[in-house]
Ligand binder design. Sequence first.
Ligand SMILES: NC(=O)c1ccc[n+]([C@@H]2O[C@H](COP(=O)([O-])OP(=O)(O)OC[C@H]3O[C@@H](n4cnc5c(N)ncnc54)[C@H](OP(=O)(O)O)[C@@H]3O)[C@@H](O)[C@H]2O)c1
Length: 243
Amino acid sequence: MKSKFSRPSEITITKRNTTTLKNLAGLGVKITSDNGGAVAGSQIIILAVKPYQVTEVINSFKSELTARHILVSVVTGVLIKDLETSVGKKIPVFRAMPNTAIAIQESMTCLSFSNAAATQISFITKLFSTLGKVAVINENLMDAATVLGACGTAYAMRYIRANIQGGIEIGFDAATASLIAAQTVKGAAELLLENGSHPEQEIDKVTTPKGCTIAGLNEMEHRGFSSSLIKGISTSYNKIIKG
Ligand SMILES: NC(=O)c1ccc[n+]([C@@H]2O[C@H](COP(=O)([O-])OP(=O)(O)OC[C@H]3O[C@@H](n4cnc5c(N)ncnc54)[C@H](OP(=O)(O)O)[C@@H]3O)[C@@H](O)[C@H]2O)c1
C-alpha cells in the first residue's frame, strides 16, 4: 500500500481474530475470517501462518482454487512439494523468505518457485521488490537463506548492540551511541550495495598503516570475531536442517 503497488481495496487479510486488524480495515483493506471467501475473490494468496497451521489453513480454502491463483508461502521449512500436495491442484507455488525489515520496505527476500510462468515470476518478484531486495534462489538453499537473511537480522542487532556497549564505555550516552552505531552500520551496508565493492576494499579505505582501525580490527580477529560469526551461522543452519 505504501509503495502504491496495491490499492487497499485490492487486499484482503484473513485471520481468526480480526479485532487486531481494525486499523487496516479503517484504511480500506478487506478484513475477514473467511479464508475460502477471500481466496474466491483473489488471485494471489500469501500464506503467512505457523508451519503447523499450514495444512488446516490450505484445507479451508483449497476448494476455491482455480487456474488463475498463485500461492506464495512465507512459512519456514514447508517445502514447495508439500504445499503442492496440500493444494492438490496444479497452480504456481512460490516460497518466499523475507525478514522483519519488510515492515519498512527494506527486507531481503529470497524466492523460489514451481510451475510458474515468466509473467508470474516477474509479478511476484516485483511485489517483493517493493518491500526491499529480492534474490531468486534454488529451493534447496531456502534453509541457508533463512539463516543468512532472516536470522541475520538478529546477528546484526547483536553486532550493533556490542558497538553501543563499547561506545558507552568510551564516553557516549546510550542514545548517542545507539544512533552512531546504527547509522554507521547502515552506511557501511549501503556502501557495499551501492558500490558493489568487497568489504575488504571498503576496509582498506579506513585503515591507516599503524593506525587505530587496523589495531582494533586485528584485536577483534585475535579474539575470534569472524570465526565466531561463521560458527554461529553454521550452528543455526545445522539446527534448521537437523531439527
Ligand atoms: N518473523 C520472521 O522474521 C519470518 C521471516 C520469514 C518467514 N517467517 C514465517 O512466517 C510465518 C508467520 O510468522 P509470524 O511470526 O508472522 O506468525 P504469527 O504472528 O503467529 O502469524 C500467524 C497468523 O496466522 C493467523 N492464523 C492462524 N490460523 C489461521 C486460520 N485458520 N485462518 C486464518 N488465519 C490464521 C494468526 O491469526 P489468528 O490467530 O487471529 O488466526 C496470525 O495472525 C511463519 O511460518 C514463520 O516461520 C517469519
